[in-house]
Design a protein around this ligand. Structure first.
Ligand SMILES: [Zn+2]
Length: 233
């Protein structure tokens, strides 16, 4: 079982590596599907032994072997963290139910889209609408439509109109799209966990890092809170 979970963790790290590549190119508005992965700095195509998530970056000590340009530790942290999230999700599913059903696969698909949205938000401070649509499509089967969703939509439109200085339009859209697949009791928890974790991260980051953060990407915190609720609540 340990080998199986190690495999799941590494599959998550491979997913992270692919989503990081996709997020980087999405921010540059070109996705070179037929081109091999390249070093962002010297544009040399990566060799096969540079394509292993976690191991390659550690083996080459955070440097490109061609040009020695430093590779951000954000890549390693993302691969480890996303691998861990996928591991926890699969472990939770298998603990509660011995089979992975289409319901679980749709949650994993939403997880992948949310991770991609989070990476694009962190790297470029925006979120493509097509990914928001993807979240909606993957939620259709579990939509808890009720009167409260309409009231929530009205309140979020008000917030968008009057509070655009404090919260991004993409964050408001995502709050709405995530809330239609959770219950009314879970919505305050989603908002509480995401805003508290974002605030704590913001203060700790500005306390410890040399480059201060002015605007915080909120999508990663919304995504984490959503997955905590879906998996544990
Ligand atoms: Zn290079």
């Amino acid at each position: 079982m340990f080998i199986f979970y190690l495999f799941i963790f590494y599959t998550g790290a491979c997913l992270a590596s692919f989503l990081l590549w996709l997020a980087n190119h999405w921010n540059q508005e070109s996705i070179p599907i037929k081109q091999r992965s390249r070093c962002d700095h010297c544009q040399q195509p990566l060799k096969w032994y540079q394509l292993f998530p976690i191991f390659s970056i550690l083996f080459f000590r955070f440097r490109c072997p061609s040009c020695s340009n430093r590779i951000s530790s954000f890549y390693l942290i993302s691969e480890l963290f996303i691998g861990l999230i996928v591991l926890i999700a699969v472990y939770q599913f298998l603990e509660s139910n011995l089979l992975l059903t289409s319901y679980h696969l749709l949650i994993l698909l939403r997880l992948a889209i949310l991770i991609l949205m989070s990476l694009i938000d962190i790297l470029g401070r925006w979120v493509p609408d097509v990914l928001q649509a993807g979240i909606f499509i993957c939620s259709i089967g579990v939509v808890q439509w009720s009167f409260y969703v309409l009231i929530l939509l009205f309140l979020l439109l008000l917030l968008y109109h009057f509070g655009a200085k404090y919260i991004g339009g993409a964050d408001i859209k995502l709050i709405f799209l995530l809330s239609i697949s959770i219950s009314i009791q879970q919505l305050p928890l989603l908002l509480f966990i995401s805003s508290m974790s974002a605030l704590i991260f913001f203060f700790l980051y500005n306390l410890l890092a040399k480059n201060k953060m002015i605007q915080i990407p909120f999508v990663p915190f919304l995504s984490l809170a959503y997955f905590y609720i879906i998996l544990f609540n």
